[in-house]
Design a protein around this ligand. Structure first.
Ligand SMILES: [Zn+2]
Ligand SMILES: [Zn+2]
Length: 407
């Protein structure tokens, strides 16, 4: 009798419906207990052996079903194994969630068929293809909604060259002398004389020499901007889904958890989801209407709301003075329409859109644009690609990429 707890397993073929896993410690081949009920009911011929993805060899199952084998049951993220784009797998949901779609559609269709007296699933499936398709549509739609709120898989996205070309982004090429510094995470470049600086600082000084002013941004100042201008809407006491939530004080967490004081604030249960924006569409319009009526007073309003938004901003990790100050500068630089688009973009899907914002805001009288800085072998992250698509579609902020090559 094996005493192995199978600490490390490898799936021999993720494209099988009933997956088989080989333990790297004891070498046994098994399936996960969470698939047992489905396998015995619908695919009993798949539980004896698997087919190795690379070698296409048949591998016998030696241990049957065991508990806590698959990633989900172990509490680990699921790796994506999308099907290739082809007939029947046209959307990302269908390509990434093919296995979940099959499981759930089969279950629903089988229940429907049983209730109509079919003894054999296959017969019902042959006789009622339209019913099966209807259940499948239903499942796909549910997964689409679920994916927006809590994605099980992160889509593998396009190479950055494709993202840049598709979105017609201007790329500015600069050259600099890179300096190797031991133990430094960020690349350093020569910045005149013996001074070295980060690549972002190098680009900022390039724009300053061109007569621009610059502001370092990245994502957090936008979270602060959102917190200050939106707290009154988000924490609306007349919203029936608003409730009191408590969390550990953010600053104490940063001081390496010295005190664990709790902060309480009011938040709707569906905060940050696309569903929130749909549910509250009318209130969101009203909020923007009131806020933008006197758009020349936005800076005054910002100052007025810094204090009452403090707990909400703390929840968003947008509590630092420096980030509030940067958010304030953004308000003073950008036109009201641009601020409106930014806040609307965030409120419609906060958790889907709060990352990937550009490094720099470059501006002078009557002119501004955002800049993402890339060092010679630094690639756009998935969040940045997502932001670029969002900017193209919704934000319409002038944006370019500055790439700093090795001289
Ligand atoms: Zn084992
Ligand atoms: Zn499992």
């Amino acid at each position: 009798m094996s005493k192995c707890e199978h600490p490390k397993v490898k799936c021999i073929n993720p494209y099988e419906i009933i997956r088989k896993y080989r333990c790297e410690v004891c070498g046994e081949v098994m399936m996960c207990a969470c698939d047992e009920e489905f396998a015995l009911r619908f695919l009993p011929h798949q539980i004896q052996e698997g087919v190795d993805l690379e070698t296409q060899q048949r591998i016998p199952v030696t241990l049957g079903f065991q508990k806590n084998i698959c990633n989900s049951c172990r509490g680990l993220p699921e790796e994506p194994h999308p099907k290739a784009e082809m007939y029947g797998y046209t959307s990302k949901i269908r390509r990434y969630y093919w296995r979940e779609i099959f499981f759930e559609t089969t279950r629903r269709f089988a229940d429907w068929a049983e209730a109509r007296g079919y003894a054999r699933y296959e017969v019902a499936r042959r006789e009622h293809p339209a019913v099966y398709s209807r259940f499948e549509e239903e499942v796909v739609e549910e997964l689409r909604r679920l994916h927006q709120v809590s994605p099980k898989y992160h889509y593998q996205e396009e190479p950055q060259s494709v993202v840049i070309a598709k979105n017609e982004i201007e790329v500015v090429h600069l050259k600099a002398d890179y300096v190797r510094r031991k133990g430094q995470r960020k690349a350093q470049v020569k910045c005149g004389g013996n001074i070295t600086c980060t690549v972002e600082e190098f680009v900022a000084s390039y724009y300053q020499a061109e007569g621009y002013e610059t502001l370092f941004t990245e994502s957090v100042p936008f979270h602060a901007l959102f917190g200050v201008f939106m707290w009154l809407l988000i924490q609306d006491p007349s919203d029936p889904l608003v409730q009191l939530v408590s969390f550990g004080e953010r600053s104490s967490f940063e001081e390496k958890g010295q005190s664990s004081r709790l902060v309480s604030t009011f938040l709707p249960q569906d905060f940050g989801t696309p569903g929130y924006a749909k549910r509250r569409a009318a209130e969101i319009e009203r909020h923007f209407g009131r806020m933008l009526k006197n758009s020349e007073d936005l800076l005054w309003l910002f100052d007025y709301w810094v204090e009452p938004s403090a707990n909400f901003r703390q929840y968003l990790w947008a509590h630092r003075e420096q980030d509030v100050e940067r958010a304030r500068q953004i308000v003073s630089i950008l036109p009201a329409e641009a601020l409106h688009r930014i806040l609307r973009y965030l409120v419609e899907d906060y958790w889907g859109r709060y990352l990937g914002w550009p490094d720099l805001l470059v501006y002078r009288e009557g002119e501004y644009h955002f800049v993402e800085v890339k060092s010679s072998h630094d690639k756009l992250s998935e969040a940045q690609k997502h932001w670029i698509y969002g900017n193209r579609r919704y934000l319409h902020l002038p944006f370019r990429i500055v790439k700093v090559h090795k001289r």
